[in-house]
Design a protein around this ligand. Structure first.
Ligand code: AMP
Length: 427
């Protein structure tokens, strides 16, 4: 049997990996500009973290986790998301007793057992930010502005920002009761999952993937109508801040997000035209999460975006000449006996950060020139009998086809100067 990557996973090969590096570069730079620093948490955590942090009535915890027992029979789970891990790290390292807010970003793989389709994988990658320690609505706005700035820097103009407020635990308790009362008479028309979970968590019915559930509960009371005055004014201030920053949004009553830990502001970014899975990112405030994970009562806000879905949206990258795999200079040897000299020169060039390559397939001189062209080399250094006997190298400009002889001792500096000129000129 030929071995293949597991269903829902895939390899990122060059030149595709250049696009990933490009996107990741923009994500990191944007987050750093906004004052967020990188956090790297383990790929697996104790299962209990996600049960407590994400919530036992969520699809993620009930159906989608990759959970296994290790050799000591401890239950571990490949992280399905990273907010709970960040809360765990905040508590474990008592970050909350330092300077607040703690502002972090992360990029890395997440794992969910779901049916794969375009834009949905079992191992996928998220970029996310988390800000702990402040309940300011302007921090909610900052996080959303960061998300929009990322899209702008990636050249994405067609997006829709949906926002809602899911209230605090007090206003949500009142609302939950109203919603249960609305759902109970039609409960038989719900999908089997919702039939079992609507009593425990009726909000899950609102973001259920089954159409029949939405049809069954039409005209349901909205959370928005039940916000307490503090939550309503928090939401108003977020909207005001977005307006002040010229960020268009749509209030969306249906937006409750799939995880239990959200409070107040919830938001999602959709990009039409990338298929059924149009949500590129989403997040919100999670003021109860740190406490749920065993820490102090500390507010937080964040979002996560799927890098695969960003890539689906950013389809113009190839045209921008992003393939970073191009060589600066290629060394051609006219005979096998000059291989060592070539290798030694290669090392000296690379030590100066020059992307240098040579042949390892025993190609003829002519075939080496063709190969150099394929690698996109700007220059070729030729090492032949004349060169070795007279102590120079021939340097060929692959665009102008001009050839010059350069003293052996000056070759590295000469290549460096020429590259600087190319880059300073037409790149
Ligand atoms: P969520 O926390 O579920 O809203 O996920 C945040 C973002 O991660 C989504 O908007 C997607 O862009 C991405 N995402 C979530 N699940 C998957 C998946 N199975 N495959 C690819 N991307 C995903």
């Amino acid at each position: 049997m030929q071995l293949k990557a597991p269903r829902g996973t895939y390899d990122i090969l060059p030149p595709e990996s250049s696009k990933w590096q490009y996107i990741e570069g923009i994500l990191k730079e944007t987050a750093e500009t906004f004052g967020y620093r990188e956090i790297r948490t383990p790929i697996f955590e104790h299962t209990e973290l996600f049960e407590r942090g994400v919530g036992t009535s969520t699809d993620i915890v009930t159906k989608e986790m990759y959970t296994f027992k290790d050799k000591s029979l401890r239950s571990l789970t490949l992280r399905p998301e990273n907010t709970a891990s960040c809360a765990r790290a905040l508590i474990e390292h008592s970050i909350y007793s330092g300077i607040m807010p703690a502002k972090w970003y992360y990029i890395g793989p997440m794992f969910r057992y779901d049916r794969p389709q375009t834009g949905r994988y079992r191992q996928f990658h998220q970029f996310g930010v988390e800000a702990f320690g402040s309940n300011s609505p302007y921090l909610d706005a900052e996080v959303i502005i960061l998300l929009i700035e990322v899209l702008k820097r990636l050249g994405l103009k067609e997006y829709e920002l949906h926002i809602n407020s899911v209230g605090c635990t007090q206003c949500r308790d009142v609302y939950r009761q109203k919603l249960i009362e609305h759902i109970t008479p039609v409960k038989d028309r719900l999908c089997p999952d919702c039939q079992t979970r609507y009593q425990q968590n009726p909000l899950r019915v609102l973001d259920c993937k089954e159409k029949s559930c939405h049809q069954a509960i039409v005209n349901y009371p909205t959370l928005f109508q039940h916000l307490c005055s503090d939550c309503a004014s928090h939401y108003d201030m977020v909207k005001e801040a977005l307006k002040a920053n010229s960020i268009d949004y749509r209030h969306d009553d249906n937006l409750v997000r799939g995880l239990d830990y959200y409070t107040n502001t919830a938001f999602e970014i959709h990009i039409p035209g990338i298929g059924a899975q149009s949500a590129v990112g989403g997040g919100g405030r999670y003021n109860g999460l740190v406490e749920d994970c065993g820490g102090p009562d500390l507010p937080g806000i964040g979002f996560a975006m799927g890098i695969e879905r960003l890539l689906l949206a950013v389809n113009t990258l190839a045209a921008k000449g992003l393939d970073s795999g191009k060589s600066d200079v290629f060394i051609t040897t006219m005979s096998d006996q000059y291989e060592l000299q070539a290798l030694e020169l290669l090392t000296r060039l690379r030590q100066k950060n020059i992307r240098a390559e040579k042949d390892y397939m025993g190609r003829s001189g002519r075939a080496q020139m063709k190969y150099a062209d394929k690698l996109g080399a700007r220059m070729v250094i030729i090492i032949g009998d004349d060169e070795i006997q007279q102590g120079y190298f021939t340097l060929r400009d692959m665009q102008s086809k001009e050839q010059v002889q350069i003293d052996k001792k000056e070759i590295v500096e000469s290549v460096k100067d020429r590259l600087a000129k190319f880059r300073g000129g037409n790149g």
